[in-house]
Design a protein. Sequence first.
Length: 254
Amino acid sequence: MLIDTHSHIYSTDFIHDLDEVIQRAYSNDVRKIILPNIDSSSVKNLLNLVDTYPHICIPLMGLHPTSVNHDYQEELQVVEYWLKKRKFYGIGEIGIDLYWDKSFLEEQTHAFRFQLELARQYQLPVVIHVRDSFDEVFQVIQETKDDKLTGVFHSFSGTIEQANQIIDLGFKIGVNGIITFKKSGLDHVIRQIDPSNLILETDSPYLTPTPFRGKRNESSYLVYIAQKIADLHQMTVGDIAKITTENARKLFGI
């Protein structure tokens, strides 16, 4: 059994074949799919998918850093509203993204801190988005960290030193299709990390693993990520599936 700990299959990229995408995932032993939210515009599709497939789809609630702009306070109110209204299994996707736009760094940082506090309040793990912002994100985490805060650094593509910093915090490392990219260099890093610190994700519809790179990603492709990690650690896919599934279950309480 595999758990896709990060997927956006509720997006419009899947509007025409969502049922088939779910079935392919299930047929490839992906039995749980965790769905981080983006912003107020994505909530309806996300919750509709969860209500349609409650035994497979696991909802998270949060505000994505690239959706933080002048009206971000209103967006945070939406996050608070939904957390009070129904059950979620984590706060995400949250963090800081300085790849596309650095002009909202202050607002992104405030939104990040605010949602970390929500995670403490609701005793939920956080799913952290880091893009060109590891130092900024890590500083906020260090300033606010306590024993109650847990989570994952999603879509990890950093150095072994950064990985060790994450592990020392007690957080997990989210590995997706980047691990299969020949020029990413991530394989050299993940080879040095014990699988007990890893969870698997696709980030569908993005970051499609080899051999499907260039096409739309989906949760069924998680098996290629698991296989790559198994090869790096000279383990079986079954072993990697067992370890990472248990990691995900403990982290998200599923």
